[in-house]
Design a protein around this ligand. Sequence first.
Ligand code: 48F
Length: 257
Amino acid sequence: MAFSEKNITRIIVKEAAKDWEKISETDVVVVGAGPAGLTAAHYLRDFGFDVVVFERRLSFGGGIGGGGMLFHKIVIEEDAKEIAEEFGMKLEEVESGLYAVDSAEFLAKLSYYAIESGAKVILGVTVDDVVFRPDPLRVSGVLVQWSAVQISGLHVDPLMIESKAVVDATGHDAEVISVAARKIPELDIFIHGEKSAYSEMSEKLVVEKTGKVAEGLYAAGMAVSAVHGLPRMGPIFGGMLLSGRKVAEQIMFDLKK
Ligand code: 48F
């Protein structure tokens, strides 16, 4: 088989350009490939939407890989067992209603199922702003930049993506919603900021409060806690799975109307 370096370059540039052309207009942008974002991406694809996940880092999983203080286990509670099993996880019931999973297994299987369902995951890209339209006021996309460019501090204009819905699954800082709250005051979003830990309460509230924060803009996972001032919960992850599924269901309901 004959090929040279130019073939490798051409394939990479052409194929990546094809993807970017396609995702410049997509149904749903998910920001962050942590547990909430990956779960949301999987269910959104199941509901038939085109989904792109932008992840700042060059790896999946957000806070999963670190387990609990680097011990390689995470905990899932009974309510989320069904979702974890749908993702093929082997759950070990250690106490009544509490299951332990290896962080590597949790991370790999969530990532696998998000990709397998057809979500396009692009690593090394940071979302640093949103697109909006007045009349009716709504968020209608995101601005994206290579994370490497952001880190370098170079002034490079980003590219823009149009979408019907944006999911902030960026974790504890709710980065996308924070930017929207600051730059589009008409959206009337107030970021309360996360509280100290109360795990049981937090697991329940994070799911209850998951959903739309403005037209076209949704919160999932720990971004929900930041926006609504909920307590944190540490390395118990059932709420992240349930929140990811719930945001997908809400978007399906809103977009199919
Ligand atoms: O932080 P992260 O895991 O958020 P999550 O899905 O889950 C929280 C848990 O990991 C844990 C917890 C619950 O038990 O307390 O902390 O809510 O994943 C967020 C991902 O988003 C990426 C970030 O690198 C991480 O992988 N991210 C953050 N900001 C941006 C971003 C951004 N502006 N653009 C792209 N990716």
